[in-house]
Ligand binder design. Structure first.
Ligand SMILES: *Cc1c(COP(=O)(O)O)cnc(C)c1O
Length: 400
């Protein structure tokens, strides 16, 4: 028998990752106060979270969670189709549908699960095709694999490439799937062109707007609304509740019959426990604030502009992003790690993102801004970045 031993294989893979400096480590946060994190006994100013609007610790949001938890408890108790569907879930779905001007919304345990659900429930046949941007989120790639449909990828933000891929599979049912805002690059997908491609190719367009909703467009309605498209053009849109909304969970918003079908058939919807009502109550409070507090978006936009100006004046090359995701491409993994370490030494927490999360040779610092940052903190980050770059170039700041 030549069956490989899993323990041995895992040990070899771990050694290989260590040799490539690709071991993944978690840092433990002991306290969080807005964008300030206590880590290993030091307070750092974080430019790495996704709490873009500063809602995660907002008073009304936390209060809603506490009130509902004291009435209904901590857990979701059961799946939605059994006895876990609570009036708070219903109210949150209504609020999301109204906000995004679509007939229906359906809650999911997370964005990852929602993506699995959408593709798995709609593309079941091996003749079907899921056409995706090359830089789409990992959960979308996994979704196509789970569905068992064909997966075709096109070059980043290239509607012509999407058209070619769809033309290549003319007989299967088709979905065209893209991130609205690309999570590691911060740029926005060419949604109007992709909507046109979908229309001529009879493909259903699905936009994963994990980083767009709350931040972009009129009333923070996201990248689809910012592109002046509605649910007729984009029948399905993913909203995550754990990023700009500062809570946890996700929803798919859009066409009534597609969404009802998901609720009845999608395995990642049916076979999992409903979100705790308290968490849904926090999300509902956050959605109301996100709709109303335009000042959070205005402040965020000003900070993004301030960061870009400052970084460009210091000679940094930025990607074409107007969103709170502002990556600095470093190339080699080691350079990204050294820069992150040099920033930490100055009191800043910025994530170094390495392959396989980003393509080989495209390691980067993924800097994210929040409405909670002050202009002075943004300026200090830019100074620290310039110092870190000089230190790393002179060979200091090397990391183990
Ligand atoms: C974070 C993210 C998800 C997953 O959402 P979770 O609610 O965190 O599971 C999906 N798609 C994109 C583009 C994301 O950035």
């Amino acid at each position: 028998m030549s069956r490989p031993r899993l323990h041995e294989r895992v040990a070899a893979l771990r050694e290989q990752r260590a040799a490539q400096v690709r071991t993944r480590l978690r840092r433990t946060v002991t306290r969080r106060d807005g964008v300030r994190f206590e880590v290993d006994g030091h307070w750092l100013t974080g430019f790495c979270g996704n709490d873009y609007l500063g809602l995660a610790q907002q008073f009304a949001v936390v209060n809603a969670l506490q009130d509902t938890a004291s009435r209904d408890g901590a857990g979701g108790i059961a799946s939605h189709l059994v006895c876990g569907h609570h009036a708070v879930h219903e109210a949150l779905e209504r609020e999301l549908a109204e906000w995004l001007q679509a007939p229906r919304a359906l809650l999911f345990g997370s964005g990852y699960l929602a993506n699995l659900a959408v593709v798995q429930a709609l593309l079941s046949d091996d003749e079907d095709v899921c056409v995706q941007d090359r830089l789409n989120h990992a959960s979308l790639i996994d979704a196509a694999r789970l569905a068992g449909c064909r997966l075709r990828r096109y070059p980043h933000a290239d509607p012509e490439g999407a058209l070619r891929q769809l033309r290549g599979v003319p007989d299967g049912a088709a979905m065209l799937v893209t991130d609205g805002v690309f999570s590691m690059d911060g740029d926005v997908a060419p949604l109007r062109e992709l909507a046109l491609v979908s229309r001529v190719q009879h493909a259903t367009l699905y936009v994963d707007d994990a980083h767009g909703v709350g931040v972009l467009g009129p009333d923070g309605r996201g990248s689809v609304a910012a592109a002046r498209l509605d649910f007729a053009a984009v029948p399905l849109q993913l909203v995550t509740l754990g990023k700009a909304l500062g809570s946890y969970g996700a929803a798919v918003v859009g066409d009534a019959s597609l969404i009802d079908h998901l609720a009845e058939t999608a395995r990642p919807y049916i076979y999992t426990t409903a979100l705790p009502p308290a968490q849904a109550a926090a999300s509902l409070a956050a959605v109301k604030l996100a709709r109303k507090d335009q000042w959070r978006r205005d402040k965020l936009e000003t900070l993004v502009g301030r960061f870009r100006n400052g970084a460009q004046q210091r000679g940094f090359e930025l990607l074409p992003s107007d969103t709170p995701i502002q990556p600095l491409i470093c190339g080699e993994d080691a350079r990204a790690l050294s820069l992150a370490a040099a920033l930490e030494a100055q009191g800043f927490w910025v994530a170094a993102i390495r392959p396989p999360t980003v393509p080989e040779g495209r390691a980067r610092l993924r800097i994210t801004l929040s409405a909670l940052h002050t202009p002075a903190e943004v300026d200090a980050l830019v100074d620290a970045l310039a110092w870190a770059r000089d230190a790393v170039e002179q060979g200091y700041g090397a990391v183990a």
